[in-house]
Write a protein that binds this ligand. Structure first.
Ligand SMILES: Nc1ncnc2c1ncn2[C@@H]1O[C@H](COP(=O)(O)OP(=O)(O)OP(=O)(O)O)[C@@H](O)[C@H]1O
Length: 277
């Protein structure tokens, strides 16, 4: 089970939702043109501190590109992404990325501790301080006793926990997660969803989370962004931004039977299934 680290940021519900300085990420007419075509057409939105934003949409609609632009890995063709009001011009420690393919994200020849150390080395943390930091994040994801194992000796769910621990070692305020649970079996996926939701809530992290799974998006999100396939001049990438007004903490069974969950599921399913996307 993932546990909160020692220095949590304020929980989102403790903050005034409408204060402008609560905005962590601001997308102002962000457009991305790659390989001779429009991948994202002007997209404007803002993400509050502590908000869990899920991004859905048909394959190839630009979900990953949206996250990569927000993390500074992709340059906008026009428009801008701002973090706390400052244009994002490249990757930074405060924004961490978790990939679906944990097998490729982790170095197989480094132990669990060694993989986490990578983030600390990149952040310039002194060698003498690294063991304590590694221990702290491994405790958070309940993998302390596996510190000296290699990724290949761990299950898929455990490897994804290592990747999450490595991202936490960066001490980020924003986590970009690109289908992080897509390759996991259903039971492991549900367990990690709950552990992630608790961790994010306790630390006040801000999350952008790409998924193909509508139910996962509604279960985890405060907001679900639906992107449109084949965006164009008169078809903005962002088709819908839907607030998920379902109380937290959420529960796998009760929440999935909640009337609002079922209503949103029907609405989004119809939207994606009937070609409106
Ligand atoms: N560097 C690049 N150069 C050219 N085209 C690119 C580049 N990166 C992405 N694309 C194209 O942009 C489109 C959107 O890609 P992206 O990965 O953002 O979509 P996605 O919605 O995350 O897709 P999926 O759900 O299949 O993962 C795709 O058609 C992809 O081929």
């Amino acid at each position: 089970m993932l546990q909160a680290l020692a220095t949590p940021r304020p929980a989102p519900e403790a903050q005034a939702r409408s204060k402008p300085d609560d905005v962590v990420l601001q997308f102002d007419a962000l457009s991305v043109h790659l390989g001779g075509r429009d991948i994202l057409t002007p997209t404007s939105l803002s993400i509050r501190r502590g908000e869990f934003v899920c991004v859905i949409g048909p394959s190839g609609c630009g979900k990953t590109t949206l996250l990569r632009a927000a993390a500074g890995f992709v340059k906008p063709s026009s428009g801008v992404v701002r973090r706390h009001g400052r244009p994002v011009t490249g990757p930074c420690r405060e924004v961490a990325f978790v990939f679906q393919d944990y097998g490729r994200a982790l170095l197989p020849w480094r132990t669990v501790a060694g993989n986490i150390s990578l983030a600390l080395e990149a952040a310039g943390v002194e060698r003498s301080q690294r063991p304590a930091r590694i221990e702290q994040v491994l405790k958070t994801v309940n993998l302390l006793e596996h510190a000296e194992k290699f990724p290949g000796q761990l299950s898929g769910g455990m490897q994804q926990r290592v990747q999450i621990a490595r991202c936490l070692a960066q001490d980020p305020e924003v986590i970009m997660m690109d289908e992080p649970f897509g390759a996991l079996d259903a039971m492991t996926r549900e367990r990690l969803q709950d552990e992630l939701a608790q961790l994010v809530r306790e630390r006040g992290l801000t999350v952008m989370f790409v998924t193909h799974d509508l139910e996962e998006a509604i279960y985890l999100g405060d907001t679900v962004l639906a992107l449109r396939a084949r965006p164009g001049a008169d078809r903005p990438s962002l088709a819908r931004s839907i607030e998920v007004a379902i109380p937290r903490p959420r529960h796998q069974l009760a929440t999935r039977e909640h009337h609002e969950f079922l209503r949103l599921r029907r609405e989004l399913y119809a939207y994606l299934d009937h070609g409106q996307a």
